[in-house]
Design a binder for this molecule. Structure first.
Ligand code: SF4
Ligand code: SF4
Length: 425
């Protein structure tokens, strides 16, 4: 990394020693998991570049945007409407983290039996290794699961700019009214932060930018229906992860470029794994960078992942926002309608998610579903059982996995996944 980046990280208050150690582990993991794959699409070199610069060039871009007067807003959840952020010329970044860090410090503030995702976000903050958290002008928390909701009470004391959004837990008219009220309150907070009044034209533009990103990801997902699959699940997951960090217009172009290449591969009958390789749908908790453990195990155990029913995947990106309204009120309705369909397990009851998993398994011609629940994540672990039952009723095999970010269980997971792949062959 250049000296320029070092002074930038220093100015952000990062702990340079700890940060260097993190980048080293990240770089090695990427090399072993991503670069070791065979027959990757050439277009993935863009994502390799993005990952190599995820704490470098991308942060420099954010700093340049800030110097030009634009704000950076960070989020932990796909319920935070990016359209509103973009409408105020602000930059939206995902803050979820996918690796353990400073665990000892974290466990002084949070119970040990908190899910890895929450602990990781705290660890990156306490360890001073996340330039995204440090560059955010506003950090948005949301009242989703109990773990997140209660941990924000503690996070409020660690960061100066936490904004907490309330969210419904039921798909009722009252729930929708709450979501609408909270999105209007968020719009006002963003306007205050940026000193920009969000009018209909701005909101339309914000919707267009985010919809285009989603359309590109939908196109990529559609191409994964082919057998042989033209792209690995690991690479498709990476595109879904980068969705939260990259410049949206550049991201859209890059994903579309890969799709052009994948279409040619499909025409020629080329793929990353041989035709007939067992196909897996992954369902469950979100997988933030660099949480690649389970997909890596699956794709080195004789199967290919053809879809992600996850917030870093189709649960987060499906459905476009209606942009046909002409007033702020109408466009905000479109935003509320779109997000109210997100079927996170924090909702009760949550039958839409079960239907969506079955539908995805059919659409992507999956031979089986692996349900991924993070240890101590009650919403997804509890919902794993009805998911398994719904799949059983359709004769779709399901394997329930419960794990965390550590590598200790890799051997045991591999044995279980290999047995499942044998079963569905
Ligand atoms: S799983 Fe639920 S709480 Fe987590 S990012 Fe998705 S919508 Fe938000
Ligand atoms: S993984 Fe589960 S427990 Fe952890 S933040 Fe997400 S919903 Fe909450």
């Amino acid at each position: 990394m250049s000296e320029d980046y070092k002074s930038m990280w220093e100015s952000l208050g990062l702990d340079l020693g700890a940060h260097d150690a993190l980048l080293e582990v990240l770089g090695k993991g990427y090399q072993d998991i991503y670069l070791a794959q065979k027959d990757r699409p050439e277009g993935m070199s863009y994502f390799d570049f993005v990952m190599s610069e995820v704490h470098g060039l991308r942060i420099k871009e954010l700093m340049d945007e800030k110097a030009a007067g634009r704000k950076v807003i960070g989020s932990f959840c796909v319920f935070v409407p990016e359209e509103i952020v973009r409408a105020a010329d602000a930059t939206f970044v995902g803050l979820c983290a996918g690796a353990d860090f400073a665990t000892e410090e974290v466990e002084k503030l949070l119970p040990r039996n908190t899910c890895s995702l929450i602990k990781s976000a705290f660890g990156f903050n306490l360890g001073k290794v996340c330039p995204y958290i440090e560059s955010a002008d506003m950090i948005v928390g949301e009242n989703t699961c109990d773990g997140k909701k209660k941990s924000y009470e503690t996070l409020k004391n660690l960061v100066p700019n936490l904004y907490v959004m309330d969210l419904p837990q039921m798909k009722s008219d009252e729930g929708k009214a709450l979501l609408k009220a909270e999105y209007l309150r968020f719009k006002e907070a963003v306007e205050k932060l940026t000193s920009i009044t969000i009018d209909a034209e701005r909101l339309k533009k914000g919707i267009e930018i985010v919809n285009n990103k989603r359309k590109a990801i939908h196109r990529l997902a559609g191409l994964r229906k082919a057998d042989p699959s033209p792209i690995s699940g690991l690479d498709a997951l990476l595109a879904n992860q980068v969705f939260f960090y990259d410049n949206p217009v550049r991201f859209t172009e890059s994903v579309n470029k890969i799709c052009d290449e994948l279409e040619t591969r499909i025409e020629k009958g080329e793929g990353v794994f041989p035709k007939g390789t067992p196909r897996i749908l992954l369902s469950g908790c979100p997988m933030a960078v660099p949480n690649w453990k389970l997909p890596w195990i699956i794709e080195t155990s004789g199967a290919v992942i053809v879809g992600e029913e996850s917030c870093v995947g189709e649960r987060g990106t499906r459905n476009l926002t209606d942009d046909t309204g002409n007033t702020v009120e109408e466009l905000m309705e479109g935003i509320v309608d779109r997000y109210f369909k997100v079927d996170c397990a924090i909702f009760t009851p949550n039958p839409d998610r079960l239907d969506h998993i079955v539908e995805m398994a059919k659409t992507y011609k999956a031979d089986g579903v692996i349900h991924y629940g993070l240890q101590f994540c009650q919403p997804y672990l509890m919902e794993a059982m009805p998911v398994e039952k719904a799949l059983e009723e359709k004769n779709i095999p399901c394997l329930r996995i419960e794990t965390d970010y550590s590598m200790e269980d890799v051997g045991q997971l591999k044995t279980r996944v290999e047995a499942f792949v044998e079963l569905i062959k």
